[in-house]
Ligand binder design. Structure first.
Ligand code: ADP
Length: 178
């Protein structure tokens, strides 16, 4: 069975949202619909009361994984893109979604994210104008001992190539009866 929830995690600017959009487009060409739950969008709307403290990050992921769960229970599959920087937070996702989720680590080195600086936030974080910024002034734990995580490196690849890698994985490894 196709997983109901595809959860992309990684540093800000790693490529989660871009790759999520590509996956969604590629799947819709196969008449498979996944809706997008994007960390930035959720934080700007339903979770706009939350900041970046440990407690708020936990609450952000708890609410977001609950949303994905509610949607998926009603047959609406989701691609979620959230930084999800620590094992504790990824465990919240696992606890809520269990067997219905597959986690992909969008693995882009921080140097590359700083170079891209899509949202101009790394510059601000380095200048301490933004506090608690993942990878600069807040922890990002690599998923070293998390055997269920699929690692997707992005360096030297296009977003479309990364999306196709993920698609191959979800169609071939978890979808034998499609
Ligand atoms: P995130 O959602 O992880 O914060 P975004 O998707 O918003 O990251 O931004 C990633 C940026 O990196 C985009 O401007 C994208 O075009 C660029 N990029 C370059 N190479 C890749 C790649 N292989 N995969 C994804 N994004 C890439």
């Amino acid at each position: 069975m196709l997983k109901k929830v595809i959860w992309l995690f990684g540093l800000s600017g790693a490529g989660k949202s871009t790759i999520a959009q590509h996956i969604s487009q590629l799947l819709s060409q196969k008449n498979i619909t996944y809706v997008l739950l994007d960390g930035d969008e959720i934080r700007n709307t339903v979770n706009s009361d939350l900041g970046f403290s440990t407690d708020d990050r936990r609450e952000n992921i708890r609410r977001s994984s609950e949303m994905a769960k509610l949607l998926s229970q009603q047959g609406i599959k989701c691609i979620c893109s959230f930084i999800t920087p620590t094992k504790e937070l990824r465990d919240i996702v696992r606890k809520r979604l269990g067997n219905n989720v597959i986690l992909f680590f969008i693995d882009t080195p921080i140097e590359e994210c700083i170079k891209r600086d899509v949202k101009g936030l790394y510059k601000k974080a380095i200048n301490q104008e933004v506090k608690n910024f993942t990878g600069i002034s807040a922890a990002f734990e690599q998923p070293e001992n998390e055997n269920d995580v699929v690692r997707i490196t992005t360096t030297g690849k296009t977003p479309d190539e990364c999306a196709k890698e993920i698609l191959d994985y979800i169609l071939n490894k978890t979808c034998s009866n499609l």
